[in-house]
Design a protein around this ligand. Structure first.
Ligand code: PGA
Length: 257
């Protein structure tokens, strides 16, 4: 059975005081039987790392650059993320792709760098509304997977989490239906099977992301191939995030019984 993984992508939200208050609330939640990750903005990583140290909450960054150091104004390297206490890093989020020029090639370079430095990457893929309506979803997903996984060996693949995030569902309040999510997740797992074999395909976790909240999490997480959630807006509220964590554990217990 794949252990569920719930990650909070805080995006460009929260001052230090707000971030610390949220973390203190999160530390009070029951995080057994689920991997919990929070991804604050870069400015809060260092102090949040101190707060979550020794707890069950894993720390992640929202992006990285692929070089270890150098003249790259404004960028943050994998070495720096490890140094500050990150275990995880989100790569290829659709906001990075659409607003900041991220490509399948840069996603691949970042993925290679993250793995090289021992980080656990959460790689985001997903189609836009126009692509879905144009029946391009599987084509786009295949292209993004092929691009991201170029040159990645099976042993490294095992450290990756994928996040299927239909762009039209992110921050819109319009989540994919559980059936829509399951259909794409199953397709992704099939692709992984062809690329790496069934062992990796069966073990690699695929999160769903896009307007996940306390009310819809259970039905999404009950889907066979939905192994967790990448949560934006609802991760900024401890009670909603806690409900999603609980839904993940309960959904997977049900799946085994
Ligand atoms: P959302 O964001 O939950 O606010 O839709 C999800 C994400 O962008 O990862």
């Amino acid at each position: 059975m794949r252990k569920p993984i719930i990650a909070g992508n805080w995006k460009m939200h929260l001052t230090l005081a707000e971030a610390h208050a949220l973390v203190r609330q999160l530390l009070g939640l029951d995080a057994k039987s689920v991997d919990v990750v929070i991804c604050p903005p870069f400015t809060a990583l260092s102090s949040v790392a101190a707060l979550v140290k020794g707890s069950r909450i894993g720390l992640g960054a929202q992006d990285l650059f692929w070089e270890p150091q150098g003249a790259f104004t404004g960028e943050v390297s994998p070495v720096m993320l490890v140094d500050v206490g990150c275990r995880y890093v989100i790569i290829g989020h659709s906001e990075r792709r659409t607003l900041f020029g991220e490509t399948d090639e840069s996603v691949n370079r970042k993925l290679v760098a993250a793995l090289k430095h021992g980080l656990l990457p959460i790689v985001c893929i997903g189609e836009t509304l126009a692509q879905r309506e144009g029946h391009q979803t599987f084509h786009v997903i295949t292209r993004q997977l092929e691009g991201a996984f170029t040159g990645i060996a099976e042993a490294d693949g095992a450290r990756i989490t994928l996040a299927y995030e239909p762009v039209w569902a992110i921050g819109t309040g319009r989540n994919a239906t559980p059936e829509q999510a399951q259909e794409v997740h199953a397709f992704i797992r099939q692709w992984l099977g062809k690329r790496f074999g069934s062992s990796l395909a069966d073990s690699l976790r695929i999160q769903y992301g896009g307007s996940v909240n306390a009310a819809n999490a259970a039905s999404l997480l009950q889907q066979l191939d939905v192994d967790g959630a990448l949560v934006g807006g609802a991760s900024l509220k401890a009670d909603a995030f806690g409900t999603i964590m609980k839904a993940a554990v309960e959904a997977k217990v049900k799946a085994v019984v």
